[in-house]
Design a protein around this ligand. Structure first.
Ligand code: PEP
Ligand code: MG
Length: 581
């Protein structure tokens, strides 16, 4: 009989396969009290098991190669470190010695105690770290109860199978994915878990919080994981299978197109290399950016961290998010933009002013950050700590004058000194760049050269400030138009002044991702584009059809145009297949 269970999609897609249940090893707790003369031997048994578990993790790490090693190695290291954590481990000796608990019972009590501490946390990210504790303790338990070989057999062959488990450790997932695992249904877990992040980057459909999974699904059941709909279908019907095959055909078609283009370099018809960076807010964007061959992250908007939580996110929460970003990009540069709250992005934490007469011209972006040095410092410290895991650049929004950049640099230096004093090993300070989205910054771009290592043109805001046209006000009709000559002049100026000074200039407003505007931006001299990853392939396609040298010759005429209609006409005549308006 067809049964449907719902869960939460942690990694999208569909998968059809045979169920393989892995029951949590915490079922093997031995509650009989120890005799006096058994105590020391039990402590030794526990320490041996911890040592074996640690050795297994080391072995697992060594088996991973390439991108997987990079993505998963750090999670495995985190688990190894937990096995050395005095809070987790040393309390156990006491429990065995004083309470006469067996090692398995002591481990279970310790897991439950720490679990409660984590569950009481408000922050969903930190709460999800409970999974790490459970996985590490589960590993030690399985060594102790000598269930390892049976469980390992279960974990060995995975071709055509869907794993049904309570949770799964990232290291095990990486191993299984390499052996043909098709999908995962976790009874517990959260979309913030390391495993969920990894499943997304491995393109492995995964459901979490599918609470009845272990009680309802049996080994060898045919199951359809539909992470698009957030459900798992046990004993799927012919109709389900048709739906799955349709999805599979569509995914294969899209996959072929993407795969072909994702591996292609981004190059114009006259062989000029162009770099496509991704704008990202959350981990799925990062996974997509990497899969589609982005040159790095050109704009990581950090506001989402502040918008989703009730209070201010802690330094650690931010650090984890930034570190996940850097690890996700596997060594490619990641540009993290400091907080851009204010105006249309009011926060839940209440630091953005609410009573401003004219918020778009008010205390937003770097102006707000500099008014809250403690909040800003916690963000800069989190970024500095994450920078030990890969190349990070810091991008500052709403820069108007050079002294704002100077103030950011001073605070960054103080944060770095504090962290070093506290024993952190930091790599060299990240580069600091300015968003160019305020007309004063674009007109006065030469005044920022000394303080900025790079520039990112934010045309969404630059257009609204140059044209005095609210970007969110539909009543202004076509006034808010990226083809307005005044805006084009500023873009061209920033690109050419930056290039002459040897400072990289990218453009990360919505314009960059519109394939109809690609010839225009090439004509103005842009070589670094940053856009939502979903737009990258189309833009790459478009770039491949265009000749940069011919477009560059059009630039003086574009800049002399008197209206956006004239700009559109010029581009039309140059590229007759293009219809701009
Ligand atoms: C911009 O202003 O162009 C930009 C990229 O930033 P945001 O859209 O986040 O203001
Ligand atoms: Mg902006």
């Amino acid at each position: 009989m067809r049964i449907v269970l719902s869960g939460t999609a942690a990694s999208r897609g569909m998968a059809l396969g045979r169920a393989r249940l892995v029951k949590p090893s915490k079922l093997n707790v031995d509650n009989r009290p120890l005799e006096d003369d058994e105590v020391e031997a039990e402590i030794e048994r526990l320490h041996d098991a911890i040592e074996t578990a640690r050795a297994e993790l080391v072995e697992l790490r060594e088996k991973l190669h390439g991108a997987l090693a990079r993505d998963v190695g750090e999670f495995i290291d985190a688990h190894s470190l937990l096995l050395e954590d005095p809070e987790l481990v040393h309390g156990l000796d006491d429990m065995i010695r004083k309470g006469h608990y067996r090692a398995s019972a002591a481990l279970k009590m310790q897991a439950d105690r720490l679990g409660k501490v984590f569950e009481a946390m408000d922050d969903p990210y930190l709460r999800s770290r409970r999974e790490d504790i459970d996985q590490v303790i589960g590993r030690v338990m399985s060594v102790l109860s000598r269930q390892t070989s049976q469980e390992e057999r279960k974990l060995a062959a995975r071709v055509g199978e869907i794993l049904i488990a309570d949770t799964i450790a990232p290291g095990d997932m990486a191993h299984l994915a390499g052996h043909g695992l098709l999908g995962i249904v976790a009874a517990g877990g959260s979309v913030y878990s390391h495993s969920a992040i990894l499943a997304r980057s491995l393109n492995l459909p995964m459901l979490v919080a599918t609470s009845d999974a272990l009680g309802t699904i049996s080994d060898e059941d045919l199951v359809l994981v539909d992470a698009e709909a957030g459900e798992v279908v046990i004993h799927p019907t012919a109709q389900d299978l048709t739906r799955y095959r349709n999805w599979q055909r569509e995914a294969a078609r899209e996959g072929r197109r993407l795969a072909a283009l994702a591996k292609e370099p981004t190059r114009t018809r006259d062989n000029v290399d162009i770099r496509l960076f991704a704008n990202a807010e959350q981990s799925p964007d990062v996974a997509q950016a990497r899969a589609l061959g982005a040159s790095g992250i050109g704009l990581y908007r950090t506001e989402f961290l502040f918008l989703r939580s009730k209070g201010l996110p802690s330094e650690d929460e931010q650090f984890h998010a930034y570190r996940d970003l850097v690890l996700g990009m596997g060594g490619l540069p990641c540009t993290i933009r400091t907080l851009d709250l204010g105006a249309d992005k009011a926060d839940n934490a209440g630091i953005a002013l609410r009573e401003e007469e004219n918020p778009a011209l008010g205390v937003r972006g770097v102006r707000l950050s500099l008014r809250h040095p403690a909040v800003f410092a916690s963000q800069l410290r989190a970024i500095l700590r994450a920078a030990s895991y890969g190349p990070i650049r810091i991008l500052v929004p709403m820069i108007t004058t050079p002294d704002e950049l100077g103030a950011v640099r001073s605070l960054l230096q103080i944060c770095a000194n504090d962290l070093r004093d506290a024993g952190h090993t930091l790599s060299e300070l990240p580069e600091v760049g300015a968003m160019v989205e305020v007309p004063a910054a674009a007109i006065g771009i030469h005044t920022l050269l000394e303080d900025a290592d790079f520039f990112a043109i934010g045309t969404n805001d630059l257009a609204q400030y140059v044209l005095a046209a609210d970007r969110n006000n539909d009543a202004l009709g076509t006034l808010y138009d990226p083809l307005q000559p005044a805006l084009l002049r500023l873009i061209a100026r920033v690109i050419s002044v930056g290039r002459r000074a040897g400072k990289p200039v990218s453009l990360c407003g919505e314009m960059a991702g519109d394939p109809l505007l690609t010839p225009l931006l090439l004509a103005l001299g842009l070589t670094d584009f940053s856009m939502h990853p979903g737009q990258m392939l189309e833009v790459r396609d478009r770039i491949g059809q265009l000749e940069r040298a011919r477009l560059r010759k059009l630039s003086p005429q574009l800049l002399r145009a008197r209206s956006s209609q004239e700009v559109a006409a010029l581009l039309d005549s140059f590229n007759p297949d293009l219809k701009l308006q």
